[in-house]
Structures are given as structure tokens and as C-alpha cells.
Design a protein around this ligand. Sequence first.
Ligand SMILES: [Zn+2]
Length: 154
Amino acid sequence: MLMIGKIWKIPLNGESKGMVYRVNIGNKYYIGSTKLPLSLRASKHNYKIKNGSKTKFHQEAIKNNIFKVKCEEIYCGEDYIDVENKIILESLEDKNCLNMKVVKQTKERKKELSRKRGDCKLCGKEIMKKNMARHLRQIHHVTKFDIFKKKAKV
Ligand SMILES: [Zn+2]
């Protein structure tokens, strides 16, 4: 038991492959992904459940007196995070889905996010482009229009 913490950190294999798994609690279910062997991933969930974790999934297990969950493999591959996100997105409207957060960060998402960011021309801070106007107004007390005017004068 004492060794489990260390074993958990060992990936399934040296590769970038991972698994998407499903845990059934009665007619409700939880979708997750991992690079660990599923029995170890289940142990991690069980540990949290026994310790009264507050997530929707763990709370549902506690409510049903289930302290030993089983992770069933539903997908295995390199794009397991994308597959997981797709399944969870499709299940969002489903009352029986116990997932709380939807999207995990993938390389593509991080790239997408950085495209939406820009540097403030006045202080150099990195800000979401959609929040730039507010930043200029609140922090520097100018509008985008003011900056363009100044540039035009130079
Ligand atoms: Zn600024």
C-alpha cells in the first residue's frame, strides 16, 4: 500500500498513448482518461472516494456506498484526450453523466488560446484580445481609439 503512490506515477508505456475509460455508478457514469493501467487509476479514485472527495462523481459513489469502482476501457490511442473531450461534450446534456469539467488542454487548444492573446502596447502585459479594450480603459484610462490617434500624430 505504501508503494502505491510511486507506482501511480509510472505511465502505461513510454509512449504517448492513453486510455479513455468509463465508470458506472448505477445508471450514472463518469468518463475519464489516463496513461496508467486502469486498475491503478481505479485505486486512485477509490482512495479519493474513501476520503470524501467532493466531486460529483465521487459523491455519487459515496451516496451509493460504492468504495471500489471499476474503470472500463472504451478507447486506447494517442489522441485519447481528444476522444475523451468529444465523448464528454456529447454527454453534457445527459443527466446521468457525472463529469463536471469538459475540456482538457491539448497542444492544439493551447495554440488556439495563444492566437487569441496579444501584448498590451502600453505595459507589455499578455492579455486576451477580447479583454484588451477593457484593460486599456481600466488600467491605462485610454481607449483603443486614443492609441490610434497618438500613432497618427507621430
Ligand atoms: Zn497595459
